[in-house]
Design a protein around this ligand. Sequence first.
Ligand code: HEC
Ligand code: HEC
Ligand code: HEC
Length: 175
Amino acid sequence: MQLATRYPLVLLFGLTLLAAAGPAQGQGGAAPPPARKIPGITVADPVPGACVDCHVNRVAENLDVRLSTIMRNWNTAVDSTLFARVQHTAPEGATLTGRHPRLDPEVYQSVPANCLECHHRASRRAPPFIRLMHAIHLQGGEANHFLTMFQGECTLCHKLNPATAAWQVPSGPEK
Ligand code: HEC
Ligand code: HEC
Ligand code: HEC
């Protein structure tokens, strides 16, 4: 019983697994499944620079998804589908206009850090990125390419620093 006293969680977990496996599995238990493939955690990270490593000009596919390209005409009108999808991220009391402020090209020298100067958590005018980014990339189910193509992986944006075990969303210049 010493194991149970010192590591009650281990015992509890073992029992849960056995219960889930059912009586036919008998004693001993099955080996745990291999670790899930989590970018940057258990497998290589395809986009260590986050935003700017994924939002690139994919020349081979003739698909330019750089943020500067996507956002080029937003000061006239934001894409209506996107606009509808982000309404609920507006700060309390603010209403989005569907026109983005014209951006100094310098903003793209450090993404998302420079975006966060307006899209910070206490913003009263711009949707805070802490909600906006999750609405864009994690909501909308099967129609959302981030959830299908990229499996909605948090670690494509959030990077675990192996030395400190602290999370960080890195910033960098657009490519
Ligand atoms: C691994 C790839 C990946 C990373 C990393 C990523 N995005 Fe995206 N992003 C996507 C995809 C895919 C979509 C399209 C989602 C959809 O289908 O609605 C998207 C959509 C967007 C859109 C909306 C574009 C539109 O026209 O609807 C913005 C803005 C955006 N991302 C900004 C960012 C920012 C800022 C970061 C970093 C904090 C970031 N993204 C990180 C893949 C990525
Ligand atoms: C100068 C301040 C400022 C900067 C810098 C800025 N934004 Fe915005 N952003 C805003 C404001 C204000 C809104 C609300 C616009 C509205 O009323 O529709 C907004 C809205 C948005 C929206 C929602 C669609 C819309 O326009 O309503 C997205 C997506 C967005 N910003 C992405 C970004 C990204 C990505 C960056 C960095 C590359 C960025 N923003 C930099 C001020 C800024
Ligand atoms: C497209 C990029 C992107 C993806 C994908 C993403 N996040 Fe984030 N997340 C951000 C950004 C950017 C911030 C920081 C905003 C700020 O600093 O104001 C953030 C902040 C957060 C915070 C707040 C942390 C704090 O310091 O308080 C939590 C919690 C969080 N994300 C959870 C998640 C989870 C869970 C997932 C996956 C299911 C996820 N995020 C996926 C971009 C992303």
